[in-house]
Ligand binder design. Structure first.
Ligand code: FAD
Length: 472
């Protein structure tokens, strides 16, 4: 007898409910990964996510090999592939962990019904969240739209311990056919990934190493350190959590073992932001395409393509924004404070729809996550759950001065500004001609002038908001 363990965003063998259940069944375990690139439609994996996925799968392959197991890769439609596998292997049992993206839930629901109809065993568990999105609700039984009361309710609910098993998986006698990991073509054809390799170790061991190192030192200063992009002050666990190489139960359990500190509490609250993002996506599944606050559907966006391009390339003339956008391009990740600053510039100063930002991040982030990305962009756009109100507009100059006053982050990612003094590092256009020559940075030649004047951009954004209000 055989059981199919279907891997998705749960690429680990520890604290993995479906995997552990498959192992404990005593049946021959067939690990399967189905690359169903087209099923997600607009939200099919971006280039940076594919890069990460390749390495995460390779890593699971190695862990499986220690037990004498293989990963069976298939591509196509998940329903068709899964049922073909059942036929080929004679298995009558499929186990997986739940995903919460709307398209995935639709397909999983269909597969589950069909498996039941055919008399197969089908079981799904939770590998991705501390609490299921439907377990948390207001006193009137409704979903939350605001983080603080959501997190208060969560705090009253106990965290579950990570799961484990002492058993080893049974190796099946024969294997179904599959393609190789390389056949999935997840890696780039032109190798743009040097910066990724330098910045990341995309394996479970790499993630555990990050968690350990973070809890040893940066967490102590996390309350303030997490706002400074030049510091290694945050955990950088987001891609590991997204792909399930580390589970949130494991992170929470490790956190509980530490001596309590305010940094640790703040870090735990960030994990709850991730949960809140899934809660919102689950209850409001059209938010990746539609603002949660419906009036913003009529917002008078300007959507100037040249501005979008300047933003994407890190050529807006605002150093902190350009450093962030280039960090994203180079390493597939951006510091949270800088995500908020670049988001504000795009949506407010440049009047581009938040959706354009979400799409660019989707293709370039290694941690691209439909729940957190949607929440983040609707937050930046002022149109989502518990969002910053639209009229609060970040000043990219003072934000830069506050969080990268000495320009260490800016100089790392914007080499044209390497010789600009601290005084001008966040406003290089204010340098005199002589200063520009001495700094080897002529504005308009070596580095762009601001794509829009801060004051003018701010006023234009407020006028657009006013227009929306008048149209109401
Ligand atoms: P840490 O500060 O170490 O936080 C620990 C963990 O908590 C993170 O790994 C993450 O899982 C979670 N977390 C922290 N902040 C948030 C948050 N605001 N919302 C949800 N979860 C959070 N995060 C993603 O994982 N994927 C995305 O696609 C994504 N897109 C974003 C887009 C915008 C415009 C903004 C403003 C934020 C976005 N975030 C996204 C949230 C946040 O920026 C990242 O989770 C964080 O920067 C990851 O770095 P870290 O692991 O070092 O975070």
């Amino acid at each position: 007898e055989k059981v199919i363990a279907w891997f998705r965003q749960d690429l680990r063998l520890e604290d993995n409910p479906a995997w552990i259940r498959a192992v404990e069944s005593g049946k021959g375990v067939i690990p399967v990964y189905i690359h169903a690139q087209k099923e997600a439609g607009k939200w099919s994996l971006g280039a940076a996510s594919k890069w990460w996925l390749h390495h995460a799968l390779k890593d699971v392959e190695k862990q499986l090999a220690r037990f004498g197991l293989r990963m069976i890769y298939r591509q196509g439609e998940s329903e068709a592939e899964l049922f073909a596998l059942l036929k080929e292997t004679g298995s009558r049992s499929v186990l997986w962990n739940r995903c919460y993206e709307p398209h995935r839930m639709r397909i999983d629901g269909r597969i589950k019904s069909r498996l039941k109809e055919e008399g197969c065993e089908v079981w799904s568990g939770n590998a991705s969240l501390l609490r299921e999105p439907w377990e948390v609700s207001t006193q009137t039984g409704n979903p939350y739209k605001v983080y603080t009361p959501y997190s208060r309710t969560c705090a009253k609910m106990p965290d579950h311990e990570p799961l484990s098993t002492t058993k080893s998986p049974k190796v099946p006698k024969d294997w179904p056919k599959g393609v190789s990991l390389e056949d999935l073509s997840l890696l780039p054809e032109i190798s743009w990934d040097k910066g990724f390799h330098e910045f990341w170790n995309p394996t479970r061991k790499g993630g555990m190493g990050r968690l350990g190192a973070f809890l040893k030192a940066p967490v102590k200063h996390y309350d303030t350190g997490r706002d400074f992009p030049s510091e290694d002050g945050t955990s950088r666990l987001s891609p590991y959590l997204h792909f399930g190489q580390i589970g949130p139960r494991e992170v929470a359990a490790t956190v509980r073992k530490q001596t309590e500190s305010s940094g640790l509490k703040t870090f735990y609250r960030e994990l709850i932001w991730r949960e809140f993002a899934y809660h919102v996506l689950y209850h409001f599944p059209d938010t990746p395409e539609k603002p949660l606050q419906p009036k913003y559907k009529r917002f008078p966006w300007v959507d100037e393509p040249a501005h979008l391009e300047a933003w994407q390339k890190g050529m807006t003339g605002y150093p902190i924004v350009d450093a962030g956008m280039r960090q994203l391009w180079k390493v597939g990740w951006m510091h949270n404070r800088v995500r908020m600053i670049v988001g504000s510039l795009l949506v407010k100063h440049l009047l581009h729809s938040w959706e354009h930002g979400a799409e660019w991040f989707w293709d370039t982030l290694v941690d691209a996550d439909l729940a957190s990305n949607t929440l983040g962009w609707q937050w930046a756009g002022g149109c989502g759950a518990d969002a910053a109100p639209y009229f609060r507009i970040f000043n990219p100059i003072t934000q830069g001065e506050k969080f990268d006053g000495e320009g260490d982050f800016i100089r790392e990612y914007v080499p044209e500004l390497a010789q600009v003094s601290d005084k001008y590092i966040n406003c290089p256009w204010e340098m005199s001609e002589g200063e520009q020559i001495r700094a080897n940075c002529r504005i308009g030649q070596d580095y762009p002038a601001p794509v829009i004047d801060h004051k003018a951009g701010r006023e234009r954004a407020l006028e657009a908001l006013q227009k929306l209000k008048e149209a109401d």
